[in-house]
Design a protein around this ligand. Structure first.
Ligand SMILES: Cc1cc2nc3c(=O)[nH]c(=O)nc-3n(C[C@H](O)[C@H](O)[C@H](O)COP(=O)(O)OP(=O)(O)OC[C@H]3O[C@@H](n4cnc5c(N)ncnc54)[C@H](O)[C@@H]3O)c2cc1C
Length: 413
């Protein structure tokens, strides 16, 4: 039983927000051609790092005021209030102009819950509070040049040496490593076991001089990804997550959270659709029956995605375990965005690829170029379809001949 009512809590939260951040005014209606057309401009690495610093400051302030981990355990600075208090706070915070918190998406959405569920007492004591308080940010070190969809094929190895492990290998596509402090790394610890059975997860400190982070430039012009090299990095055994060779279960905790968050966070962006509709009107295309048809299709599908996201949230509110809605939500999001990109290309044509200076045209280029990556991030379309096919429709599983043989016998180097 909470020692504070929801109404008292909301009053307290509102007082904190009003004292510390500016309230969002009534948003001015979007008018095509007015103000900045910087819709979806990619940030450079410095801007990303600066954003992360701002985000950290805000998290620390709200954590210290008792709003950082509202439903979390008191031991780690939480308040042990029911999840409904979390939702009430988020609802209130959305009415204020707080710094962009996307730097924490992987850290708090995926890695921290994994450390909390699988970490040793020492690891939890060292990191859980600092991560929730925003003193630290964590990355996900799963993918490798030879292991993405088939994550269990990874070859970064960890070898036991006394009470330490020595980690050697390479990871790739690591989002945000350049502003992160630690990472959850998946390694192979037993090559004689089948591929899913010989994996072990650890927490790795990016300050270690044997960890080398290099930027990877994307076609959008940004470089939010990294490739990371581990050259005999030593990690204490108490930085292990879960049991030795039980890394696959640890990875599942992280991946379940990843799919759920991608599928629900971006399901229906009203600002985005407002801009598209304004653009169509500006070009006088709103009377064109074909354009109207395509636009109606886009709007309808975004609405449906929104409803699916609401269903996921309602399930969480009712205390039910996350199901396949995360995978479905992710596929729907990607299809909607791809449909929109096709439409933008149709309407804007060459204005999308050459900056003619015309307001609001080339401004879409980043959005268009960033969309293919969504098809891959957090599980590719094909892999999501396999999941839905097997778990929702009950179709037979892929044969997986390599899932039973010792990994050393199937890995072709
Ligand atoms: C925006 C973005 C952010 C990312 N951030 C991170 C991060 O922070 N940390 C991290 O570890 N990784 C990250 N990744 C990497 C991501 O997890 C991998 O790219 C993804 O798992 C796919 O792996 P791959 O690139 O090796 O492609 P592959 O697995 O080689 O796939 C190539 C193609 O084959 C298809 N395919 C593969 N297997 C099957 C199958 N069984 N059935 C049908 N088709 C199949 C795929 O759908 C795809 O089209 C990120 C990726 C993106 C795009």
């Amino acid at each position: 039983m909470a020692d504070i009512t929801l109404a008292e809590f909301e009053k307290e939260a509102l007082a904190f927000l009003e004292a510390n951040v500016e309230r969002r005014g009534v948003e001015k209606a979007f008018v095509w051609g007015e103000g900045s057309d910087n819709f979806y401009r990619e940030k450079d690495r410095q801007q990303e790092a600066d954003n992360a610093e701002e985000a950290k400051k805000w998290r620390q302030k709200k954590f210290d005021a008792g709003f950082g981990w509202i439903s979390g355990p008191k031991e780690y600075g939480g308040r042990e209030l029911p999840p409904s208090f979390d939702r009430a706070y988020s609802q209130l915070e959305s009415q204020f102009r707080v710094p962009d918190q996307s730097a924490f998406a992987i850290s708090l959405g995926m890695v921290t819950p994994t450390i909390y569920d699988h970490g040793s007492a020492r690891a939890k004591e060292l990191y859980v509070k600092k991560l929730w308080r925003g003193e630290m940010i964590a990355s996900q070190l799963f993918s490798e040049p030879g292991a993405g969809s088939d994550l269990a094929s990874l070859t970064t190895k960890a070898v036991k040496d006394g009470d330490e492990w020595v980690i050697t290998g390479q990871k790739v596509w690591t989002t945000g490593a350049h502003y992160s402090d630690i990472g959850e790394i998946m390694t192979r610890t037993d090559w004689d076991l089948p591929k899913h059975k010989g994996l072990t997860a650890f927490i790795i400190d990016f300050k270690d001089p044997n960890v080398e982070v290099r930027p990877l430039k994307q076609m959008t012009g940004g470089a939010s990804f990294n490739e990371i090299f581990f050259n005999e990095v030593r990690v204490k055994d108490d930085m292990r997550l879960g049991d030795i060779n039980n890394g696959w279960n640890v990875a599942l905790t992280t991946l379940m959270n990843e799919r759920a968050s991608i599928g629900t966070n971006n399901s229906g962006d009203n600002n985005l659709l407002t801009r598209v509709i304004a653009m169509v009107e500006y070009y006088g295309l709103n009377k064109d029956p074909l354009i109207r048809n395509q636009l109606a299709d886009i709007v309808m599908n975004y609405r449906i995605a929104n409803m699916n996201a609401q269903r996921t949230t309602a399930k969480a509110k009712a205390g039910q375990l996350p199901g396949p809605e995360g995978s479905i939500g992710k596929m729907v999001l990607v299809n909607n965005q791809a449909r929109l990109v096709k439409f933008l290309s149709h309407v804007l044509g060459p204005k999308l690829i050459a900056d003619s200076g015309e307001w609001g045209t080339y401004a879409w280029a980043n959005f268009v170029l960033g969309t293919p990556g969504l098809r891959i991030a957090g599980g590719s379309d094909e892999v999501m379809r396999n999941i839905v096919g097997e778990r929702v429709l009950g179709l037979p599983k892929e044969p997986g001949i390599d899932s039973r043989s010792p990994f050393k016998d199937i890995k072709v180097s």
